[in-house]
Design a binder for this molecule. Structure first.
Ligand SMILES: [Zn+2]
Length: 158
């Protein structure tokens, strides 16, 4: 009985010694693979960055889509504050605070309207963006075929 246990222990020790080298090799290869994956990930990230910057140069519409819609402040800076639908000025102060952190915007408050609506394939580019009263914008959304707009009245007088 003792001899059998002794033999088994010796066999296991021998097996362990025999397998030590392959195990070390295996671990080394695994480390190398992990390093290679990390390098590949960095290369991919660099490539994606390069592609994005190229895309910005080649295809502004796609880049604009990635960036999302411009704010009315950004559009106003380029085009002025007149509503492109009715031709009268917009009022950034046509709004009222109704509670802490809660604000209601009036009908003459500016918003961004898109010449070709986003839903119809328009882009977020500044070329496609126009300042419009919230009121006029809502009328246009409700009836895209509408061509005449009257100047809206302020909701909140200052
Ligand atoms: Zn208007």
């Amino acid at each position: 009985m003792g001899l059998i246990i002794f033999c088994v222990v010796v066999a296991l020790l021998v097996l362990g010694l025999l397998l030590r080298e392959p195990f070390a090799e295996f671990r080394k290869r695994r480390r190398e693979r992990a390093r290679e994956r990390k390098r590949q990930w960095r290369r991919d990230r660099e490539a994606a960055r390069a592609q994005r910057s190229q895309e910005r140069a080649m295809n502004p519409a796609k880049a604009a889509a990635r960036k999302g819609p411009p704010s009315w402040q950004q559009v106003e800076k380029r085009q002025g504050g007149k509503c492109w639908l009715c031709g009268t000025r917009t009022y950034a102060d046509d709004r009222r605070r109704v509670a802490a952190g809660e604000e209601r915007l009036g009908s003459t408050y500016p918003t961004v309207d898109f010449v070709i609506p986003i839903g119809s394939g328009g882009t977020y580019e500044y070329d496609n963006a126009r300042i419009a009263h919230r009121h006029c914008h809502a009328l246009r959304v409700a009836n895209p075929a509408r061509t005449t707009y009257g100047a809206p009245k302020r909701t909140y007088s200052s």
